[in-house]
Design a protein around this ligand. Structure first.
Ligand code: ADP
Ligand code: MG
Length: 258
């Protein structure tokens, strides 16, 4: 490495420019061969750096989000779910719901793609630079109960409040005890008009009283804040997993018809 290249490397390291070091010889050669102007050359170097910085940011945001796995909307087969309005989902992809702090509630029986859609929207948001956090309802409430028990609820609560988008998956699979229902209320009330929630549930709103510690008043208070600025997507139809098995002839038609 010549002395000037060494100096450039050291400036690049100070400025956290990770690409110049590796790319400089190639970019300089290309610039000479194409007789690029100085500003064209500078632009090509900065474009590489900016591209690399964007990629690092996306990877960091995806790591923070703690998705259990990654799914995209491209992998979602809208023809299998005629009850979903694909335009509505595409509109959500513009992510304006996050700017407007609107909640998205995905309802439907098991296997219809609620988690898939929730993760896909979350991935889009994380890639656009929003702070996203994914959790199952059970994990969140278990952690918050622990924080409460330790007298450190505020600290444990922080992770659920600081993201622009909180995804709470599988609300309603297990009925909540009273202290859990109170903690859920706190998360929803504290995020109200401050940050979006995507919530998935297999229970219709009418049966939330049963889910929330048999307490219709608390269920009402939760739903009031959750639904005030919200979009509900009701997904109907059979489980996608069963549909795939049926198509493959692994199970019989009549088993999945309801
Ligand atoms: P839910 O959360 O509603 O129980 P999931 O989102 O976990 O359902 O979906 C179950 C599986 O089926 C996942 O692997 C998901 O990717 C897939 N899946 C569901 N619906 C669709 C669909 N319309 N197109 C493609 N894959 C789907
Ligand atoms: Mg799910």
């Amino acid at each position: 490495m010549n002395i000037q290249h060494e100096r450039i490397s050291s400036y690049a390291a100070r400025l956290n420019l990770t690409e110049i070091d590796i790319l400089l010889p190639r970019l300089a050669e290309e610039a000479a061969a194409k007789e690029l102007s100085y500003s064209d050359f500078l632009e090509s170097v900065l474009a590489e750096e900016a591209g690399a910085a964007d990629k690092r940011m996306r990877e960091t945001m995806l790591r923070f989000a703690k998705f259990p796995y990654l799914k995209t909307l491209d992998e979602f087969d809208f023809s299998a779910k005629p009850s979903i309005d694909s335009r509505q989902i595409k509109e959500l992809c513009s992510l304006s719901f996050i700017k407007e702090r609107i909640n998205v509630i995905l309802l439907g029986p098991p296997g219809v793609g609620k988690t898939h859609l929730g993760i896909s929207l979350g991935v889009k948001a994380a890639e656009a630079g929003y702070r996203v956090y994914f959790t199952s309802a059970t994990d969140m409430l278990t952690r918050l109960k622990k924080g409460y028990g330790l007298g450190r609820l505020d600290e444990y609560m922080r992770v659920y409040l600081r993201s622009s988008l909180l995804i709470i998956d599988e609300m309603g699979y297990l009925p909540l005890e009273r202290d859990e229902a109170n903690l859920l209320f706190q998360v929803i009330a504290k995020r109200y008009e401050r940050g979006s929630i995507i919530l998935t549930s297999n229970k219709s709103y009418a049966s939330w009283g049963e889910v929330v510690a048999g307490d219709n008043i608390l269920a009402g208070a939760i739903l009031d804040r959750l639904l005030h600025h919200s979009v509900t997507i009701n997904i109907k139809g059979e489980s996608y997993r069963l549909r795939e098995k049926r198509k493959a002839g692994i199970i019989e038609q009549k088993e999945v018809n309801s």
